[in-house]
Ligand binder design. Structure first.
Ligand code: NAP
Length: 293
């Protein structure tokens, strides 16, 4: 079994980005600039945004954080987006999800200029990705592809089973794994909460991607011997032994499943760290105008 080390690979990706940014700056080019919009006081969101800002600093990007409290109206958030769309110094920006319930998330995402949508959540970017056109690919699925590449994981002709069909994780993951490219060329099965015979299907997976948000849901009896297991799940569970009062759990019961897997991502230390690295990658693409020119 090979443990896929997201900590190591995300560090490598960020170091490579830093080399490129240093070169751009040395040549008098524009410093890439990422903005993040954070609405409300969700603890996990605070942590994710702080880590994105820290990564910008490490790589040499400029960053801007726009904060509003949980009472911010949809109109206010849309106004912020309009300003960020027009701000010529900002290459890309993200709106950290989830948003408070009174704000329509689709309306907010659709207000983002697709050229600055470095999270790859705008329907135009999802559509372009599905057609195989240049697009910002959402950061978590992109991070998974990067891990597969760097570990030389064979994907062509394999059966990839994705558990979870969310717009930001499971669905794009399934689209990417079926495309005629590497990583890709898989036969893909996309499963969800209405899937009746889930275990029967996961047992056929050469590559199993768990993205359902149910801690330790995937157990040993659901996994084929030699499968590649990618655990995207990241749930905070109460743990009094930790200083923070919680532990992060994946969707896979790691201790049980890892002896059967050929490759497996741990949680923490797997896909999560790659998400931030991929966002940084997309921001650099945005500043170079590589997707939309
Ligand atoms: P989500 O929007 O809640 O979607 C969960 C998906 O799982 C839904 O499609 C749901 O089916 C499906 N599902 C739920 N219970 C199931 C079951 N018993 N059997 C089969 N499918 C089931 O969640 P998400 O945003 O995709 O996130 C999924 C997980 O990934 C979460 O733990 C999240 O924290 C994590 N995540 C991690 C990163 C990272 O950087 N590592 C980034 C994003 C998300 P229905 O569609 O039928 O409801």
């Amino acid at each position: 079994m090979t443990l896929i080390d997201g900590k190591l690979i995300s560090k490598q990706v960020k170091e490579e980005l830093k080399i490129e940014v240093d070169k751009i700056i040395a040549e008098g080019g524009k410093i890439p600039h990422l903005a993040a919009v954070l609405v409300g006081d969700n603890g996990a969101s605070e942590t994710y945004v702080a880590s994105k800002i820290r990564s910008c600093e490490q790589i040499g990007f400029k960053s801007t954080l726009v904060r509003r409290d949980a009472n911010a109206t949809e109109e206010e958030v849309l106004e912020i987006i309009d300003e960020l769309n027009k701000d010529e110094d900002i290459d890309g920006f993200i709106v950290q999800l989830p948003l408070p319930d009174h704000i329509n998330v689709d309306k907010v995402i659709e207000a983002i200029d697709p050229k600055k949508d470095v999270d790859g959540f705008h329907p135009i970017n999802i559509g372009r990705m599905a057609k195989g056109l240049p697009a910002y690919v959402s950061a978590t699925p992109y991070g998974v592809l990067e891990l597969m590449k760097r570990y030389d994981i064979e994907t062509s002709g394999k059966h990839c089973v994705v558990v979870g069909r969310s717009q930001i994780v499971g669905l794009p993951m399934s689209i990417l794994m079926q495309r005629n490219a590497y990583p890709g060329n898989c036969t893909v099965t996309l499963t969800h909460s209405r899937t009746k015979n889930l275990k029967e299907i996961t047992l056929q997976a050469d590559i199993l991607v768990a993205a359902l948000g149910k801690p330790e849901f995937i157990t040993e009896d659901m996994v084929k011997e030699g499968a590649v297991v990618i655990d995207i799940g990241l749930t905070r569970v109460k743990d009094d032994s930790k200083k923070s009062g919680f532990a992060l759990k994946g969707d896979v019961k790691f201790d049980e499943v890892s002896p059967k897997a050929s490759f497996i991502t741990p949680v923490p230390g797997g896909v999560g760290l790659m998400t931030v690295a991929s966002l940084m990658h997309n921001t650099l693409l945005a500043s170079k105008g590589e997707i939309y020119g």
